[in-house]
Design a protein around this ligand. Sequence first.
Ligand SMILES: [Zn+2]
Ligand SMILES: [Zn+2]
Length: 483
Amino acid sequence: MAGSSSSRPNMHTSRESWDTACTKDIEETWRTYARVPSLASVIPPGAATILAQSDASLLQVQQDTRLICEMQQDLAKTASRRFAEDGFEREWKIMAPVKRKEVILEGIYRTMSLPDMEDRRRWCPDSTSKYLASQNGDAFLRMLKGLLPTDLYASISVPIDIPHPVVDRFFTLSPADERKPGFKTIIRLYRLSRIYCLTTIVWNTFLAFYGEKETQLAIKPPKADRAADAKFREDPQGLNSTQVRDVMKQHNTQRKAYDHACWKCSKSERMFEPGQKLQACSKCRAINRLVFYCSRQCQLDDWKNGVPVPHKQICGKLMNEDSTVDSALNSDEVEVSWLPKADASYKRSPALLHQISLLRQGDGLDYVFVLPGSTGDDVGARFWPIEEKIQFLIQRNRAFRTGDPGAVSKMFLALCGVAATSSVPVSNELVRNQLENQYGVVLSEPLLSEEGPEPTSEEIMFAMLGLKDQIARSNAASATASA
Ligand SMILES: [Zn+2]
Ligand SMILES: [Zn+2]
């Protein structure tokens, strides 16, 4: 990166000027990168082979993948709940611009205090406070929403990417470069670095907004200090193969010193009770690869359910590029029959995703009233008799599929009727806020009262499937209760 980090003002004592200096560096770097045809054109082939085909680098791809997936999963759950409950989006938008920029800077500061982040930030021209605060905070909001999966219920096993026109072009490999050994892995590592850094900044900014002290990733293991790599990157063309090998050796020594943490739960040795020790996987140790676990439980879990690949697939086997690069791509999305997919032109809001995930967990509810500040003690809505239920499910599913304002209005009226008789009192105002949050519509009087389109046969089928699922779930619940 142009201008080394050591020449910058101290981040802890003069945060504002530190931020200004970082922004300047990043902008300068990317002005240069924008002129280079592609990243591949500046990677020396020999170095790519050594650095990227080593087992350690491939393992790092896996480790980063796993950490990012965990982080994105946590972010998705927490953020969508906050979108739904506290109307995060509205609060964020009405915030004073100066305050908003402060919160963003706090998020960046917390992130950059973590080991290894300086290096990862190289690939993030969109990580500056200037950019994230732009368009009245919309740039940040877009990034946050972009990081939320379309299905909160399914586990994330492929990191969600953050597109950027210049970076994406820079990272694109020509078919010829793609065939060169190591290139795919190098790009993959850089891309993961980028996602890692941005996800962490978004997380920390989000936490800072809520005044939460903890720094996300506080418990994650520190990575190697990659000063050696940095040196290599400053002038990669100028190194001969012996020097590249030296860099690699240094790199590995540093990794060994830092990476001692449980591969599964990331607990590091410093956090252990006296007497507890990390155990290395012996088959992996035999091929000079250090994979540690804190307990038998973690080892078993990783063996069977490891992300991105179960450990049994790589245990004791040296990896090669082809075996790992694409192995993360077989995610198993959890499908449910009663839930229509969103139309291609309709993007569900985080608050709506939260609602859907609550419905998928709950036992046979038609809707869930999300109570602000609660920690999961939400109130469910159930319609009865059966005609009323089916009517409601048709409107609800239509809103899930397209966000149709007419369907949302009808849902609003129906839900107010149920809210009035619910076990915990739910006000019409709360129902209104919740639906406006979820569908981005304004429910002002007078509400649309026209009939709306007749339900299609597909809509009736989905409603019936919903009903069937509810009956199955309540049967299962009463069976467990009586057992
Ligand atoms: Zn563990
Ligand atoms: Zn192993």
